[in-house]
Write a protein that binds this ligand. Sequence first.
Ligand SMILES: *Cc1c(COP(=O)(O)O)cnc(C)c1O
Length: 383
Amino acid sequence: MHFRTRAIHVGNEHCPQTGAVVPPLYLASTFVQPGAGEWGEFDYSRSGNPTRKAFETTLASLEGGCGALAFASGMAATHCVTAMLRAGDHIVAGSDIYGGTYRLFHKVANRAGITVSLVDTTNPANLEQAITPATKLVWIETPGNPRLSITDIAASAEIAHRHGALLGVDSTFASPALTRPLELGADIVMHSATKYLGGHSDLLGGALVVRDQKLRDELYFVQNATGGVMGPWECFLASRGMKTLELRVREQSKTAHRLAEWLAAHPQVNRVLYPGLQAHPGHAVACRQMDGGFGAMLTFELRGDFQQTKKFVQSTKLFGLAVSLGAVESLIEQPASMSHASYDAADRAKHGISDGLIRLSVGLEAIEDLQDDLVEAFAKVTE
Ligand SMILES: *Cc1c(COP(=O)(O)O)cnc(C)c1O
């Protein structure tokens, strides 16, 4: 079956008892067992829940994985991966990553004796150089955040595997509608389901998808032991959101691409970072590993200082001033003061997160209305 058919049907079989077209929402925390010491498929909702299983089944199918695990948030999912590591282990991570991942690696995982090196993974040679004999995990995010840098997944997998490390890919920005990292050699795909999978800014969730059953079982063990699972209500909403994933992401990407072209020619814009533009340094790799669009995230640098940029992001009306992304409504934010405030100032400077950067999450609105909204914000900055 094709992607969009699987998004609707896999994991969403009609209820055998009632014929309900949509599988019911199971809020039960515990399940009656056939006998003492005999276990049915479900026993306790931290260990497994039918509504969570439905979401995991659909997502595993969309990513081409052997299984998926749903978490309370994207950070809980990433934390589960770091919790598999031991003291002395080393992570090599991309420098263009989610602010919360940066914080988890540098300020939480470090307490367990895990070390992290951040490198610009858009050049695979940097990755190769940063790997040490202690490196157990390579963590990349593509398109990256907030600069929308593109990292070659297949090349990263080859390097990680040659050194005996796992490759984890935060694929939140692409979603399986545009990129399927497992097909390119990744071991773990991570999602903040809060974003495109849910797609409507009404749930918090995360997921890991893997190709290998043994790795799935190891991650499941940690998940069940630490308990950061996605709630059934959130799973239900995420399953519902995923049915329209392809449609939404393709349409939103189209609008983002057109806005990127328009912004690139705007006199008040220094540069536009959008992987769909030929001028983007990662364009060729993006063409290879993204299919159906280049994503609906768009970053640009205003010709202006910190205060003017702040004024711009506070001036839009349709673009809501908020972190988060991936939903039907458009959002705007200033990475330096918002999504990437948890980066040390020195790391922000080093990794090109300048004060003038503005990140847009392009929604499903009419492009004409979005454009008018931005035109007004540009006017406000020069007032
Ligand atoms: C939001 C986000 C996360 C964290 O997910 P939460 O659901 O907020 O915990 C991780 N990576 C990326 C790229 C994100 O956008």
